[in-house]
Design a protein around this ligand. Structure first.
Ligand code: SF4
Ligand code: SF4
Length: 199
């Protein structure tokens, strides 16, 4: 279980709580009245994790998705994968790990305000320059950016990286075009292995 950013990790165990003291601050919060946990308590607390792991039926599509995607930046398969994309950005709006935003300024002679709102790399205007040029002019380039952002540029192994896809499947369930991020990664990887792109 992840302990990043927490002082105490609390797991429900029936009528009790199992509390892991993660940091010094957490240890300061501990009470002498608490009963020390035994090995079977830790095993019980891990059961939900084991149960969820058993439900995962789709295997990873590449050992190193970042390297695979970066090598296949110019793959023709991006167009096949994203041809149906409507650029609606529902995939980003339902994603628990997407965080891109835009800032608007509204107002008149009497006052104004700055508004921060969601934005997404799958919108055509996301990267359009003031000149009208758009370096990601088609849905293939925009969908490629979405996957590379998640699995390469800001993947957990990168200096500023973190987990950008938790595998929840919300983008798959809500995409009106039926685009499946796992399937897309698989198609890029399979094409690379088959020599259609650079594996
Ligand atoms: S992948 Fe699907 S949900 Fe995302 S922008 Fe394209 S059509 Fe919309
Ligand atoms: S499967 Fe990944 S990309 Fe899709 S909504 Fe969940 S976290 Fe976001």
């Amino acid at each position: 279980m992840g302990t990043e950013g927490v002082d105490l990790l609390v797991s429900p165990l029936g009528a009790y709580w199992l509390i892991r003291l993660v940091t010094d601050k957490g240890r300061e919060l501990a009470s002498e009245d608490w009963t020390p946990a035994r090995r079977e308590h830790w095993s019980l607390a891990a059961e939900p994790v084991r149960s969820v792991a058993k439900q995962i039926q789709r295997a990873p599509v590449a050992r190193d998705p970042a390297a695979m995607l970066e090598r296949n930046f110019d793959s023709p398969v991006w167009d096949e994968v994203a041809r149906r994309c409507l650029s609606c950005s529902i995939c980003a709006y339902v994603c628990p790990s997407c965080s891109c935003f835009d800032v608007h300024h509204e107002g008149n002679a009497w006052g104004g305000r700055e508004i921060r709102c969601w934005d997404a790399c799958t919108f055509p205007l996301f990267t359009r320059h003031a000149s009208g040029h758009n370096p990601r002019g088609g849905p293939d380039a925009r969908y490629r950016q979405r996957l590379l952002h998640k699995f390469a540029y800001l993947a957990p192994e990168q200096p500023q990286g973190s987990i950008r896809c938790v595998g929840c499947g919300r983008c798959i369930a809500h995409c009106p075009a039926g685009i499946d991020i796992h399937d897309a990664l698989g198609r890029i990887s399979a094409a690379a292995e088959a020599g259609k792109a650079d594996g």
